[in-house]
Design a protein around this ligand. Sequence first.
Ligand code: FMN
Length: 332
Amino acid sequence: MPFNTELTRKLGIRVPIVQGGMQWVGYAELASAVSNAGGLGILTALTQPTPEDLRKEIRRCRAMTKNPFGVNLTLLPALVPPDYAAYARVIIEEGINIVETAGNSPGPVIRQLKAANTIILHKCTSIRHAASAVKLGVDFLSIDGFECAGHVGESDITNFILLSRARQSLGVPFIASGGFADGQGLAAAISLGAEGINMGTRFMCTIEAPIHMKIKEAIVEAQETDTELVLRRWRNTSRLFKNKVASEAVKIEKESTTGEFKEVAPYVSGQRGRQVFINGDKDFGVWTAGQVIGLIHDIPTCQVLISRIEREAIDTLAKAQSLIVDEVKSKL
Ligand SMILES: Cc1cc2nc3c(=O)[nH]c(=O)nc-3n(C[C@H](O)[C@H](O)[C@H](O)COP(=O)(O)O)c2cc1C
């Protein structure tokens, strides 16, 4: 029985599962596989070096799926910021009508996309940021708990609190992100008021994810304790896979007497992290993963994964329903 939530209705998808934007992972191979399996696949705009490359990637993805897919546009602090307006223009010109936004000061980009009637899912790690995004007119909030991979924010609030706060106070439909890998998680998110879930790390561990098999195997072997929080000192906290480089970065961050970012910068290089996904050496640089690594035990296709999560969620919700008994009958 298909799900029928605000997310499935508005996005035109079968299963309320979104594959979150992932730098160096969110290519057409993964996004199209997720969409073909009934979820929402998302291309990561900044994985493409220029807006024109993004245009080509969108066209490539469209040739690989007839189902809806979206694009992630992440706005992060940078000395020379990418031309976000140009990326957004390509997204609009190519007829993409679902965009996941994330990061700082998203106002101008969200206004540009909303003027073209784009459905916006905005990712945030705090209720304060979520409330600002509501004022910008976003359609869905993607609430990223402290468990999540990547930028966890600075308030360290896990999804048990964040999701209920979202339900109680935001007045806009939301999906749950961070820590999800199975149908029990989807059922829990729905019970807390979410319209679906967003997953990142779980989708890295699928056949179609365009990263080295050894990295997928490293995730399967890892425990929930195998992540590291870096860059807290500069209020840009990121959750990374715990490896030699991440642990060294944390040590320098804690012990530095100058507190200068340049001491830690070579350790957290994005380019070395990108190489990890290509060469399969998990210790070559830092790379992002969430605490959910402790719940990931296999490397299925996206179709197998999404169908399994759908079935598990239905079974879990039915089991919960069966625990509610008629008071009169139960006494007979
Ligand atoms: C390898 C990797 C790269 C990511 N890159 C981005 C990114 O560029 N932009 C973004 O908004 N989120 C990024 N994320 C976060 C995911 O979109 C998603 O919010 C997060 O993975 C959810 O937590 P989970 O990993 O527990 O499912 C990344 C996550 C991973 C695992």
